[in-house]
Structure formats: C-alpha cells, structure tokens
Design a protein around this ligand. Structure first.
Ligand code: URP
Ligand code: ZN
Length: 459
C-alpha cells in the first residue's frame, strides 16, 4: 500500500510525502516514493494530514463499579468508537478485587479485552497489598509486558490505597523499572465532605465538585510526589485538573524528579458550571476529579505547551443516563465518555485556536503516550519498522458532536453541540484499512494484545 501526497506530521516534523506499507509495517517514508509493483494499492491523501494512529492510554471499558453495574462501553463498542475518532491503540486497566491474585484478575480481563478492535495493552491496578503482590508485579513486568501499575488515592472503601500501601507498590515498581500511575485525590477528605453534605440534605450533583475541591487534588499530588521520590519510582499522574496540581508537578520536574502527567479534554474544555444543570442532566458530568471553575482550563493548556503535561488521554468511562441517575450524588457512578472525540476536540479547540501546534497535537495524542508506556516506536510513530497504524485526517470536515451520532454506547455526550473541524478520512491499522467512508471496517476481536516494554521517561 502506498499513501501519497499527504502532509506527514510527526511530533517533530511536517512535510509533504509518501508512506509505503508492507507486511503490516511501515517500509519507507519519503518525499516521493515510486510504486513497487502493479499490485500496490495507492491511497491519495492529497489535502489531508497523515498522522500516526493515536494512542489513548487511559480508558475504562466495561469497568465494574458496583453490583451488576459496569461502564456502558464494552471493549467492542468502546474500541469501535475509539477507531472512528482516530485512536488505533488503547490501554485499559486490570482492576483486581482486593486480595484477588493479580494473574487471575489479568486472565479475566484479557478474556474481556479480546473483543477489542483496537490494539490494546493493560495497566495493572494494585488495589491491596499482601505478601504475594511484589512477586506478582514482577511477573506482570517480566512475563506479561505490563510495565505500569495504577494506584488510587481516592475510593478508599473499594480500590484505594493508604500511604503505607502505596510505598511498597512504588518501591517494587522502582526495582522493576516500572511506572506507577496515580489517581491523586485525598480520599479521606472526600469521604468527610461527602458525609457532611449528605447529613445536611445536600444530595444534588452540584455538591459533587464541592466534595472534591482543588486542594484535595493538589495535596494528593504533592503526597504522591513525596512518596515516589522516597521510593525512587517514576510517576505518571492521571487526569490532572487543577492549577495547584500543575504547580506541584512543575516544581518536581524542575527539581529533576521523574514525573509525567496527563489531562483530559473535559478539563481543558468544560467548567464546573455544568453541575448547575437540573440534577438529571448534571449527573452526566459526574467524574472524578470533577470539572473545575474557570481558569484551570487555561492553566492546563499552558502546561501542555510547557511540557508540564505530556499527554491528553480521555479516562473514557461512560454511563447511560439511567445508570448514572441516583438521588445521592456520592452514589452516581464516576466517569464520562470521550474516546471518540479526543482528536477532533484537540484539533478544533487546540490546534485551530493556536493553543498547541500540529506537531504537539501528534505528540500529546500519539507519540508521547506511546513512549511513556513502552509502546514506541511500534506505536505512535511514523518510522520504517513501526506498525502501519496511520491516520489520514481530513481538515476540511465540519460537524457537531452529538450523542445521536457518536458510536459510544452512551445516551449522553458531555460535549453535545460542540462544533468540530477535522475528522479521520481513512485509518490503516497494521496495514489494513480500519476505517473508510465513515465506517469502521475492522471486526470484533481484530485487535492484538500488545506487551509493552520499559517505560520511556520522555523526554
Ligand atoms: O470519574 C472517573 N474518572 N471514572 C473512572 C475511574 C477513575 O477514577 O479513573
Ligand atoms: Zn480513570
């Protein structure tokens, strides 16, 4: 297959050129490549950008959140939506029950993930610590290609860890050369504030952000930085939402600490005022951390430009209206959809509004996440030898985001009505047409589990 006449964009260069694909891999990239044989399929990418297939390192497909309740996209529907938006690789999570052996939880999760259309990897969440955990973590790294572990400082009643449990996780990860991804919110303060509001009859979703104020994130970020510095482990802070958290991360990076961080489109583009909607509509915006007051979004864009943040992922974790409705805000399942909309939102509101360059767009959505999570240069790169995961992006498209038309298995979209410019025109995944003429061409199960290598401490 030969892709010709497009503008090839990587994290560091842009040029008009061609890409030759053979055996599912990129064979050659150059300004002008001749057809190698009469059977070479030629794709004219004239007028389009040619990006590496995007990588979303933070998604929760069919995440169990309570008895009989899972996030509403399973690996099939969620990965189909991801592909339609330009993402060819996802990394989801194994979330063991407390005390459950990690290999058992991993085997169960791999069975669910086999439905994926996207190529996929898995982070291992550590939800409790026992005498087997260190050796099971070693097994993850050495046998399973799982080189990142996720811990939660919130959700202490279910999956969150105390500091005394975070320390051995970080110590073990440091010895294994693995990355620890942390959900930074002070779980004890949140629980205290939730109980206080509920005891005062303040049960509406508008109390969700008030029960998780900005300081709750900043304090947890500083604590995670303190613990990981002591343990000597590399840290990745997920879904950063506040200016205060950015200040802590920037200071740590300046001091030479190995810390990388991500934000999500909703923190860049939406604000806390969404919770003032009627309760049934406001419930759709319940995610953790919550949306923030005006001002934090601008700080997050600046942090993307300054490399205080390296990644924009989605934390895709949708719930339908019915699943999300509950008279007590603390019982509304946390999470929102976004995997399909990430690129169009960042292109429209980032690149076209001069908040980030086109190269930075590729970097934060594809190459940096691939580097950080040990996928590069197989994924997130346009280089000879890389998987031929290629996104041909039509910048002329104009449309509007809507739950009526998105592929997310979710009856709401928090970006409903947002005008967008640009969308995938054609996507190739490991050399095969994955998306063409507005249709996903890959079938259920077409994705491959990708064992990951050592985290790249980018830059
Ligand atoms: O609200 C969120 N973020 N839901 C998904 C689970 C998590 O906390 O990452
Ligand atoms: Zn998450």
């Amino acid at each position: 297959m030969l892709i010709e006449k497009g503008t090839i964009v990587t994290e560091s260069t842009s040029f008009q050129g061609d890409i030759l694909i053979s055996g599912g891999k990129i064979k050659e990239i150059g300004e002008k490549i001749e057809k190698t044989s009469s059977t070479t399929k030629v794709i004219d990418a004239g007028g389009c950008f040619v990006f590496p297939g995007a990588v979303d390192v933070h998604v929760h497909m069919e995440l169990p959140v309570g008895p009989g309740l899972c996030s509403s996209d399973d690996f099939e529907s969620g990965s189909r939506a991801a592909l339609a938006g330009g993402t060819t690789t996802i990394i989801d999570f194994v979330t063991p029950l407390r005390g459950q052996p990690l290999p058992e939880a991993l085997a169960q999760r791999k069975e669910q993930a086999r439905k994926s259309l996207c190529d996929y990897g898995l982070h291992m969440s550590i939800t409790s610590w026992n005498k087997h955990t260190a050796s099971e973590m070693k097994n993850c790294v050495e046998k399973e290609g799982i080189t990142s572990f996720k811990v939660y400082m919130a959700y202490k009643d279910t999956i969150g860890l105390e500091d005394r449990e975070l320390i051995p996780v970080m110590d073990t990860a440091a010895k294994l050369g693995a990355l620890v991804a942390v959900h930074c919110e002070n779980g004890d303060v949140i629980k205290y504030l939730q109980e206080k509001f509920l005891s005062q009859g303040k049960t509406s979703p508008r109390f969700h952000p008030l029960s998780r104020p900005a300081a709750v994130e900043r304090e947890a970020v500083l604590r995670a930085l303190t613990l990981s510095a002591a343990a000597g482990c590399a840290l990745y802070i997920v879904h950063v939402s506040t200016e205060g958290a950015l200040a802590e991360i920037a200071a740590a990076r300046l001091a030479g600490q190995k810390v990388l961080a991500e934000t999500c489109p909703h923190y860049l583009l939406l604000e806390k005022k969404e919770y003032l909607r009627p309760d049934s509509a406001a419930a759709a915006y319940v995610m953790s951390p919550p949306l923030r007051p005006k001002g934090h979004g601008a700080a997050l864009w600046q942090a993307l430009r300054d490399d205080v943040l390296q990644v924009v992922a989605t934390d895709h974790c949708p719930f339908n209206r019915k699943q999300a409705s509950h008279p007590d805000f603390s019982k509304i399942p946390n999470g929102v959809a976004g995997v399909e909309n990430r690129l169009a939102l960042l292109y429209t509101y980032g690149v076209l509004q001069d908040k980030i360059s086109l190269n930075r767009f590729v970097e934060i959505t594809a190459s940096a996440p691939a580097k950080i999570f040990g996928l590069y240069p197989r994924k997130g790169a346009l280089q000879p030898g890389s998987d031929a995961d290629i996104l041909i992006w039509d910048p002329a498209y104009e449309g509007v985001i809507s739950a009526e038309t998105h592929l997310h298995n979710c009856d709401t979209n928090i970006f409903e009505g947002f005008p967008i410019k640009g969308k995938p025109r054609l996507i190739i995944r490991r050399g095969k047409i994955a998306y063409e003429k507005d249709s996903v061409m890959l079938k259920k199960g077409a994705g491959l589990y990708i064992p990951r290598g050592a985290p790249g401490l980018y830059p």
